[in-house]
Ligand binder design. Structure first.
Ligand code: KIV
Ligand code: ZN
Length: 512
């Protein structure tokens, strides 16, 4: 029988602390319900003393969720613990997560205290929390940099005081996996009452080792992992839930399991990213846009011959319908043939050879090639990209409603439209939509500064959806509205079928 690893999700607490990621109560409840469906064992729902909003969220999540334990964070301060306890009034199973610094950095510089005094506060906090709930988790903050002998003394004392779970956070993301694993083993071997509590790992990603450290922790005796969806969290983030869940599922030799329904991972990743306005990096393990996209010719050939050549987990196992074979100038004939077959084109060897030469010319122009481009390639209707930006003008600022006027040149003819929107970018894109007369959905929008400084250039990455297909665009400009319009137009220019329709509608509008 394999060992159960409890998954403690802190997306709504450590994750939500990130600037710009704040959620309202309704949004938190929605994520909490999805976390329950995903199968997490514990939901850390907030830090109730920190704000009335956090307090309310813990109450509402407690009412909305049935199976997972609902956890509320507090410092080792009576008032904090009392408020945390009150916030759990409606939880079917409530847990207070209290704690204090364990490293000398924290003891001296944060608390201006001594090891003895901190130990006393730790024990008192656990005893006080026990007045509200049976299930008390203790965190030894900055345990990653704490002296192991003192840490063991602290953990032994809090378990004796009633702690049911002991959390050993690598708060600063400092530890090497081997050292962190040894720390957990040291506690297993030197804390006499350790079997009365579950050891929990809580790792941060400052050096990119949060996942590796968490796995080292469970390999050495920990049985709970604290993690967040998409790895969001303080600074470089927390351990990513999807990564540890898939590592445990993939590496059968660990002889461990979790309750996570991995097929729901992608859906939850998208929900969290959207609600927290925090894009997922395309190359992020498991949930990044490119996690199952093969783009080099050698890999494409290999994966088409046998998936296992380049895929260690199936896209379906995390809720992605299929892998994608991205067509670029680096793709080989195997990938091209694969896409053509899917579109219903059966080519002889010679035909494929000829089409491949045309494909490479097109791929050099367009960077990535969509199914529509292939249809155009096969049907011989390819024409050069014809949308150009003539000018963009916006009027915005409070209390005005942002208004944009955009003029585009399509096949050499000028079209101008104006539209309002909730901001200058939104108004500009709506004006373009009016010119095109098509339903285009903006899926992802990412703005980044090229460098620091006041005369900086901004770059915009955009993903749009047209008829269920995704197209990427990119724009750079000193003016962020212009960069956005450029990105949008560059994405639209990749939609060959739109272009064909548009030519018809332009023809119609000129005739009438
Ligand atoms: O990183 C940390 O130490 C924490 C504790 C509050 C558990 O988030
Ligand atoms: Zn943390």
């Amino acid at each position: 029988m394999s060992d159960k690893i409890y998954i403690f999700d802190t997306t709504l607490r450590d994750g939500e602390q990130v600037p710009g990621c704040q959620l309202n109560t309704t949004e938190k409840v929605e994520i909490a319900k999805q976390l329950e469906m995903l199968g997490v064992d514990v939901i850390e729902a907030g830090f109730p003393i920190s704000s009335p909003g956090d307090f309310k969220s813990v109450i509402e999540i407690s009412k909305a969720v049935n199976d997972p334990i609902i956890c509320a964070l507090s410092r080792a301060v009576e008032k904090d613990i009392q408020v945390a306890g009150e916030s759990l009034a409606f939880a079917k199973r409530g847990r207070i997560h209290t704690g204090i610094g364990a490293s000398d950095y924290h003891i001296k510089h944060k608390f201006n205290s001594t090891r003895e005094q901190v130990l006393e506060r730790a024990v008192a906090a656990v005893k006080y929390a026990k007045k509200y709930v049976e299930d008390v988790e203790f965190y030894a903050e900055d345990a990653g940099r704490a002296d192991n002998v003192f840490l063991a003394q602290m953990i032994q004392a809090v378990i004796a005081a009633g702690a049911t779970v002991v959390n050993i956070p690598d708060t600063t993301g400092y530890c090497l996996p081997e050292d962190y694993g040894n720390k957990i083993r040291f506690l297993k071997e030197n804390v006499s009452n350790i079997d009365n509590a579950i050891i929990s790992v809580h790792c941060h990603n400052d050096l990119g080792m949060a996942t590796a450290n968490s796995i080292a922790g469970i390999q050495n005796g920990a049985r709970q992992i604290e993690a967040t969806i998409n790895g969001i969290g303080e600074r470089a983030g927390n351990t990513s839930l999807e990564e540890v869940a898939m590592i445990i599922q993939t590496h059968k030799s660990l002889n461990m399991h979790t309750n996570i329904d991995s097929k729901k991972i992608t859906m939850l990743s998208l929900l969290v990213s959207k609600m927290m306005r925090m894009p997922v990096q395309p190359n992020k393990a498991i949930v990044g846009r490119n996690a199952f996209a093969h783009s080099s010719g050698i890999h494409q050939d290999g994966v088409l011959k046998h998936r296992d050549s380049y895929e260690i987990i199936s896209p379906q196992s995390v809720g992605v319908p299929d892998n994608s074979i991205i067509l670029t100038a680096r793709s080989g004939k195997a990938a091209l043939n694969f896409h053509l077959k899917k579109l219903g084109y059966e080519l002889s060897k010679d035909e494929l050879q000829k089409t491949y030469a045309d494909f490479l010319k097109l791929a050099d122009q367009k960077k990535d090639i969509a199914d529509e481009d292939l249809i155009v390639l096969m049907e011989g209707k390819l024409s050069d990209t014809t949308i150009e930006i003539n000018h963009v003008q916006v009027v915005c600022g409070k209390p005005l409603e942002p208004l944009a006027t955009v003029e585009l040149s399509i096949n050499g003819k000028s079209f101008r439209e104006s539209a309002t929107g909730n901001g200058p970018v939104n108004a500009s894109l709506r004006a373009i939509d009016r010119i095109l007369g098509e339903k285009i959905v903006l899926e992802e929008y990412l703005v980044q500064a090229m460098a620091r400084g006041s005369r900086d250039e901004g770059k915009v990455h955009m993903t749009i959806d047209y008829s269920g297909k995704r197209f990427h665009g990119f724009g750079v400009d000193e003016d962020i509205v212009m960069a956005s319009v450029k990105a949008y137009v560059s994405a639209v220019n990749k939609i060959s079928t739109l272009k064909i329709k548009r030519e018809n509608s332009v023809a119609k509008s000129m005739a009438s």
